[in-house]
Design a protein around this ligand. Structure first.
Ligand code: HEC
Length: 125
């Protein structure tokens, strides 16, 4: 029993930094991204691509960050479905974008990538 408690406590500390960022990210997501990508992360077929289990998102973190920082338009394929629309550049700080994407990656079957403010900054160039 003691061993279990120790394990859970250790895991808790290890995950703390991660879940703090993801928790803050939910605030940003629910204010900004939700309008298009929806609370479920499923988007709207034909208009807004899904972030839930998105192959596009999980395959290339830099590309995903860049789209949010600089905006994204033109034809893309997400989970086998074509989208040809436009996402405006999101006027958020490096930290806000990092937190929002960390939240997205932490949910809906995505690959749990932790996005840092430095990673976002690198895509602004
Ligand atoms: C005004 C609507 C709108 C808002 C707000 C918006 N997006 Fe998007 N997003 C889009 C559209 C439209 C596309 C697809 C663009 C295309 O067709 O080229 C997209 C594409 C994406 C993609 C790549 C495709 C995918 O599904 O994996 C990611 C990642 C993404 N958005 C994340 C975000 C995040 C995170 C936020 C909030 C910080 C956000 N978006 C806010 C409309 C929006």
């Amino acid at each position: 029993m003691k061993k279990y408690i120790f394990c859970i406590a250790t895991l808790g500390f290890a995950l703390q930094g991660f879940s703090q960022s993801a928790a803050k990210g939910k605030g940003v997501y629910d204010k900004v991204c939700i309008a298009c990508h929806q609370g479920t992360g499923l988007g709207i077929p034909g208009a807004f691509p899904p972030l839930a289990k998105s192959d596009y998102l999980n395959k290339d973190t830099s590309r995903a960050i860049k789209g949010v920082v600089k905006g994204l338009s033109g034809a893309i394929t997400v989970n086998g479905k074509k989208f040809n629309s436009a996402m405006p550049a999101q006027a958020l700080s490096d930290q806000q974008i990092a937190d929002a994407l960390t939240y997205v990656y932490a949910n809906w079957g995505n690959n749990k990538t932790v996005v840092s403010a430095a990673m976002v900054k690198a895509q602004r160039k």
